[in-house]
Design a protein around this ligand. Structure first.
Ligand SMILES: Cc1cc2nc3c(=O)[nH]c(=O)nc-3n(C[C@H](O)[C@H](O)[C@H](O)COP(=O)(O)OP(=O)(O)OC[C@H]3O[C@@H](n4cnc5c(N)ncnc54)[C@H](O)[C@@H]3O)c2cc1C
Length: 377
């Protein structure tokens, strides 16, 4: 009898885990990978789309390309998860699993920030980034704010990247002098675990006249008065708001009874949930690393090794290290890489490499290597 593995969500976590199980078990595997979307895209592609560097269709990889021994992809919306019974319901049917993996990522709650839908924009969803592609060319003067509305949020460097790329965009159009750019973030520095990266980003903001507003969140927008209201009740004039919306687990996860503190608690060493033979990886968890693709991928590798060890009665894998490399766009075609380690020392550490043009090629390679590994394209 083949082991039935059901993987919910085909993002960084679900794709890496399915790939590893297929490589290790091949046709001895009966894995169903379920995602409601037709295509995959990298989180950072949203920056490429919003600034018109790539058309939306160019950054999407269709899931139909997945051809892996033992793996079957189903494009279906998951409507219920029973972790005790390891039973999953979708808009097409029901799946029973011997091993269940939840990798459903984080959703957004735009309504949690009053005025955001009516008077602002967000670039964290694909639809939001695609809309901004048409909006940004119409912004030629006034005050722009890139603002975080709630924590935790995906990819902590992304707001800094958006501010720097907005500077490039306005400069290329010859309107930078008529515009102000501010960045509102809940941290004291842009990337707290990496003083090197924070220093480099603060220097880049200063060189470009970008105002960094630390230790603040944007709680609301008042479109009638064209102001953003911060969490200390101060107000900032705002003609263009590029927001990072409040994150939350998908509704189906909230309804499953798996969450503890708003996210799915897991054993940080093994990614096991409190339900037998049910794992959770990536942004949907509260494992203690940032919500980023590289960390979802690293967690997926550990969960995959645990599942393989269980099935083959092999050695247990070493614990999840909470380490990963994140690329940071500095603008002017230069990219930095920050190597972050969350779990090996008493506190997180991070070292910066670059920024440089060469590192931009490294980032390209990061993307193309995943496309090849997960999709064979
Ligand atoms: C602007 C931006 C820039 C970023 N840049 C980077 C970067 O440079 N490096 C990096 O590592 N990370 C980056 N990220 C973060 C990265 O995209 C995420 O952290 C990563 O995708 C998380 O992986 P995951 O597998 O946990 O979830 P996801 O990749 O979000 O996958 C979850 C999947 O679940 C599916 N799903 C959800 N609900 C359902 C349902 N009910 N039924 C069926 N399917 C469902 C979704 O369609 C999705 O495909 C960035 C994010 C943003 C927004």
């Amino acid at each position: 009898m083949k082991t039935r593995v059901v993987v919910l969500g085909a993002g960084f976590g679900g794709l890496e885990l399915s790939t590893m199980l297929s490589e290790a078990l091949g046709d001895r595997l009966d894995l169903t990978l379920i995602d409601k979307s037709e295509t995959f895209f990298f989180g950072y592609s949203k920056l490429d789309v919003m600034f018109g560097r790539q058309p939306p269709e160019a950054v999407c990889v269709p899931y139909r390309h997945i051809v892996k021994p033992g793996v079957r992809f189903r494009q279906e919306a998951i409507t219920a998860i029973d972790p005790g019974a390891r039973r999953v319901t979708t808009d097409h049917g029901t799946y029973d699993a011997d091993v269940l993996v939840v990798a459903l990522g984080a959703d957004y709650d735009l309504a949690a920030t009053p005025g955001l839908v009516e008077g602002g924009h967000e670039f964290y969803s694909f639809a939001g980034a695609t809309r901004l592609r048409d909006v940004l060319p119409t912004f030629s003067k006034g005050r722009a704010i890139v603002g975080v509305t709630s924590a935790p949020f995906k990819c902590p460097p992304a707001p800094s990247e958006a501010a720097l790329l907005l500077h490039d965009h306005l400069t290329a159009r010859g309107v930078r002098g008529a515009c102000e750019i501010s960045l509102v973030m809940p941290f004291g520095v842009p990337i707290p675990p990496s003083p090197d990266t924070s220093r480099a980003l603060l220097a880049a903001f200063a060189e470009r006249g970008i105002t960094f507003v630390p230790k603040r969140l944007v709680l609301a927008l008042d479109p009638a008065r064209r102001v953003a209201i911060l969490d200390d009740q101060s107000e900032m004039p705002c003609d263009l708001f590029l927001g990072i919306p409040k994150h939350r687990v998908p509704d189906v996860v909230a309804a499953s009874g798996m969450t503890g503190n708003g996210w799915i608690p897991v054993n940080p060493k093994t990614l096991a949930t409190r339900f037998p033979a049910v794992y959770a990886v990536g942004d949907v968890t509260s494992v203690g690393t940032p919500k980023a693709g590289v960390f979802a991928e690293g967690a997926a590798r550990v969960a995959a090794r645990s599942i393989i060890a269980d099935l083959q009665a092999g050695d247990r894998p070493s614990a999840y290290a909470g380490a990963g490399s994140c690329y940071v766009e500095f603008g002017a075609n230069r990219v930095g890489r920050v190597d972050i380690d969350f779990f090996s020392g008493p506190s997180p550490t991070g070292s910066l490499f670059g920024p440089s043009v060469a590192m931009a090629a490294d980032k390209q390679h990061f993307g193309s290597s995943r496309r090849a590994r997960w999709f064979g394209v």
